[in-house]
Ligand binder design. Structure first.
Ligand SMILES: C[S@@+](CC[C@H](N)C(=O)[O-])C[C@H]1O[C@@H](n2cnc3c(N)ncnc32)[C@H](O)[C@@H]1O
Length: 260
């Protein structure tokens, strides 16, 4: 035994258990074989910081969403790819209102929960892998902070190029981000400084997720300011056309395919 987690579908196992708690479908997680155990997403950062947050919100109905999620879905038009569909809360809502939506995720377990909840069109994989499937979209959603999937300076050009390859003329990306720089907490300001010293964007988080005995590999997830996002988008096939920061430090960025 190494004390290290087994690499596996952390998000999938976590969302399965959160779904069992919410609905009674499947075995509910128990502590000591008897007591209900809360389902917590554990996020480790590479400076040793550990955070936990209840996973139930990934299944929330629209009434429980933060306001910016409602404003995001109001911007959706045409065939839509929900990237990192998670527990399917956004895709289900779009489907119910008649928007053609595909949920994409790298977690097979997350897609199982989505399917059980009634999301009809689901794809396992990354945006790069999905290009070869030949499907094309008018709107791309990166919600639940999933602007983070742009990762940083190295990944951004490839990620944005894959979305352009999946795009129909006039397509849009609607992305939820968080400006990380409002904090005075030295744990975070120190991490931003460390990142800059090692040539990374301040909020370029190096993370791994844990759930019970499972862990992910370490991966980059970006929290960036709007100015940093504008720099990452510059020179890509996309232009940043709108930023809604009414729920600061959260924001919704809208990108349009250049030349549209
Ligand atoms: C923070 S959750 C957001 C879930 C959902 N968008 C929401 O708002 O409730 C991140 C989701 O992205 C998925 N994911 C992580 N990396 C991905 C990748 N490279 N491509 C597609 N999905 C990914 C995870 O499995 C997880 O379902």
């Amino acid at each position: 035994m190494t004390g290290e987690p087994t690499i596996g579908d952390v998000f999938g196992e976590m969302i399965r258990d959160a779904y069992a708690v919410a609905t009674g479908v499947g075995p509910r997680p128990l502590a000591g074989g008897r007591l209900p155990r809360p389902v917590i997403e554990i996020i480790e950062r590479d400076d040793g910081l550990v955070n936990g947050a209840p996973a139930a919100h990934y299944l929330d109905p629209p009434q429980a969403w933060p306001p910016h999620d409602h404003r995001a879905v109001d911007r959706v038009r045409g065939r839509t790819l929900d990237i990192g569909v998670g527990g399917g809360r956004i895709a289900l809502h779009l489907q119910e209102r008649g928007t053609p939506v595909t949920g994409l995720d790298t977690s097979a377990g997350a897609l199982r929960v989505c399917r059980h909840r009634g999301v009809r069109d689901l794809v396992l994989g990354t945006v790069d892998e999905h290009v070869a499937d030949g499907r094309r979209y008018d709107t791309f959603l990166l919600l639940g902070n999933n602007l983070g999937l742009i990762e940083g300076r190295e990944r951004a050009p490839g990620f944005l190029a894959a979305l352009a390859a999946l795009a129909r003329p006039g397509a849009r990306i609607i992305a939820h981000g968080t400006d990380p720089y409002g904090t005075r907490d030295p744990v975070h300001t120190g991490y931003h400084a460390l990142n800059r010293r090692r040539g990374r964007l301040g909020g370029q988080l190096r993370l791994r997720l844990r759930y019970r005995q499972l862990g992910t590999e370490w991966f980059d997830y970006l929290v960036c300011s709007v100015d940093e996002l504008a720099e990452l988008v510059h020179g890509s096939p996309w232009r940043l056309v709108d930023v809604d920061d009414a729920d600061r430090p959260y924001y919704l960025a809208t990108l349009e395919l250049a030349g549209a």
